[in-house]
Every structure is written in structure tokens, then in C-alpha cells.
Design a protein around this ligand. Structure first.
Ligand SMILES: [Zn+2]
Length: 177
């Protein structure tokens, strides 16, 4: 098991569409374990495989309840939202888009279907934060990031900010040499 590097915008892999999982083997189980470790290490509540550079339709999600206690851990292969009900919107953040908070129109309640790590059928109802988190992670599998939900002006500002930050970090590294 290992903590993997989380890719950040504007890494082009984050904009690619991930492939369906067809082989439910030990390698897949190891990938899921690494994703859980990586998510926890980064204090995230969800992570999609493309965020660590693996273009497979696999997500892990574990959200806290209202008192801050961690709920169940969900690992879902090939997740699909098959029914939606109501609307929800919160300011979402993303480990791959640091520093950007975006309100996205989501469904409040969903039925999520997919497969477990052994290939068996997975189906559940989710609402609130958990539902939003699933929808956010599925976006990653379709190459969609929070930056896709903001105006082109805001996106350009953010892009410039990111480039500036990277340049500053590189400068810092030079000073330390
Ligand atoms: Zn994200």
C-alpha cells in the first residue's frame, strides 16, 4: 500500500475520460487501498482514480456525519447515477483544484449503481453531502473538474494564479540549493 501523488489542475490527465473496469482482480483491490490511503492522508472525503493518474472508473468516498464522525467507506467501480431527486448546492472544493471553491448544481438524492471490487452489483441511495460527493467523483471519471463549472474569466484567473504559484515554488527551490 502506498500514498500516491494527487495530480492537480492543469494536468491534462484530469480532463480525460476514464475507462470502465473489466477486471476485478487483486491489482484493482490494491489500487483501491492506495486510493483510500491517499484520500485519508490528504484529508479528503472522496477520490477518483484519475486524480492519481489512473484512468479507470473507480471512486472511493467517506464523508463525515453532522457531528464530524466518519461514515462508512464506499469503494465503487463503474459508478452510475440512475435516478435523481431534488436539488442541492454547496461550495465544493477539490484536492485536484486547490484553492478554488465552486457551487455546483447537483441532485439532492440519487440512486447510485455500479460494482463492488469483486465485480458484484452495487446499488444504494444517497442524499445530502454523500450524494454530492458521489456526483463530484463521477465528474472526475468523465474528465470534468470544478473549473469546468466557472466562467471562462474566472477559470483564466485561476489558471494564471496556479502558474504564478508554481513559478514561485520553483523559485523557492532554487533559493534552497
Ligand atoms: Zn475532486
Amino acid at each position: 500500500m502506498a500514498i500516491r501523488n494527487i495530480l492537480t489542475y492543469p494536468n491534462p490527465l484530469l480532463h480525460r475520460v476514464s475507462e470502465p473496469i473489466q477486471q476485478f482482480d487483486i491489482e484493482l483491490a490494491h489500487l483501491a487501498q492506495d486510493m483510500v490511503e491517499t484520500m485519508k492522508h490528504a484529508n479528503g472525503i472522496g477520490l477518483a482514480a484519475p486524480q492519481i493518474g489512473i484512468l479507470k472508473r473507480l471512486i472511493v468516498v467517506q464523508v463525515p456525519d453532522e457531528e464530524g464522525h466518519l461514515g462508512p467507506l464506499y469503494t465503487v467501480c463503474n459508478p452510475v447515477v440512475t435516478q435523481t431527486e431534488g436539488e442541492a448546492k454547496i461550495e465544493e472544493g477539490c484536492l485536484s483544484v486547490p484553492g478554488l471553491g465552486v457551487e455546483v448544481d447537483r441532485a439532492f438524492e440519487i440512486i447510485l449503481e455500479g460494482q463492488n471490487l469483486d465485480g458484484s452489483a452495487f446499488r444504494m441511495e444517497a442524499d445530502g453531502l454523500l450524494s454530492i460527493c458521489f456526483q463530484h467523483e463521477i465528474d472526475h471519471l468523465d474528465g470534468k473538474l470544478l473549473v469546468n463549472y466557472v466562467s471562462s474569466v474566472k477559470r483564466e484567473l485561476y489558471r494564471k494564479e496556479v502558474i504564478k504559484k508554481v513559478q514561485l515554488e520553483q523559485k523557492d527551490e532554487k533559493v534552497q540549493l
